[in-house]
Design a protein around this ligand. Sequence first.
Ligand SMILES: *Cc1c(COP(=O)(O)O)cnc(C)c1O
Length: 357
Amino acid sequence: MKELIKNLAAYQAEEPAELVKKRYGLKELARLSANESVYGPSPLAVQALQAVDPAVLNYYPDGQATALRQAVAQVGKVPLESLIFGDGADELIELLTRTILTPGSEMIVPQPTFGEYAIHAQIEAAKTIQVPIDAQSGQVDFDALLAAVTDQTALIFLANPNNPTGVLEKVADIRAFLDKLPSKVILVVDEAYYEFANNPAATCAPLVEQYDNLVVLRTLSKAYGLANLRVGYGIVPAQLFDILQAVRLPYNLSTYQITGGAAAVADQPYLQKVVQQVSQERQDFEICLTKLGLTFYPSATNFIWVKVGDAESVGQKLLEKGYQINAHLNPAWVRITLGTPTQNRAMQEILGQILAK
Ligand SMILES: *Cc1c(COP(=O)(O)O)cnc(C)c1O
């Protein structure tokens, strides 16, 4: 076995809801701990999934995911031959680390950020350098990121908007950072929550053509409401396309993923409705948090990172009332995924009661 992964801790996947409900004697459990969508996918995506002919089942799927490729290229205005698909963005994170990191090389990430990056770096026997965000604003400290670059640096992951903070960085700032970054260092901008920013210009995708060390990741798991379908994609520069295609597993997406994913991406009006609803809920929630005197970073996503003091205890109190949030990421901060309007009002009330004590 690889020596360095003997103590690797598995990614903390969500506990099945039935188990949690049973433990706390709950009739309902609102799972607001994994940034999933409470609105679900486009009905057109569901229809497309149901219409897949079972006669395809004994044949391998389209290894190039052509239908999905065309849908994403058209909506995203990116070239067909810049797209790499994965079994969720997670598979692309794995693919990138597997391709780029060598033993002893270094990967830089902001701290805090999505935990998957460091897990995969460890598997590749690479070193993860964590650069703290600016505590006041929650923004990435680009000067500190740049200062952390060494001869060994091979890869930088930047989730934008970031998870768990929800903070969105300006494309102009990322561009300025790229201009100073040695071209041998690959910058991956993980735009898992891009759609929630509700600003078509908040993406680095158009920069991929200009910077051959830039990769942009997206997923259908969050705003598109398809976490269970497992579809992610990368917009990659020409210099990486062939090698990533060669390293990736040949039939990584099934016909269901390809067909359902293509239909979801094509239904932009549905996505827009979800994004509008989430923006409204986010605004209301932030107003409530301000009234409660709580510290939080302005979010551009479907979740809010908020300082509650004792995260564990607040998480436990919400869970006992049927609201599962993520209280395991930091001792003082919790990450609350926005729920339905009713769920959000209820959580706001519970938070108010907890803090009044
Ligand atoms: C949820 C999330 C992902 C994973 O998405 P999948 O497509 O479901 O694998 C990737 N990056 C970030 C920052 C996330 O929060």
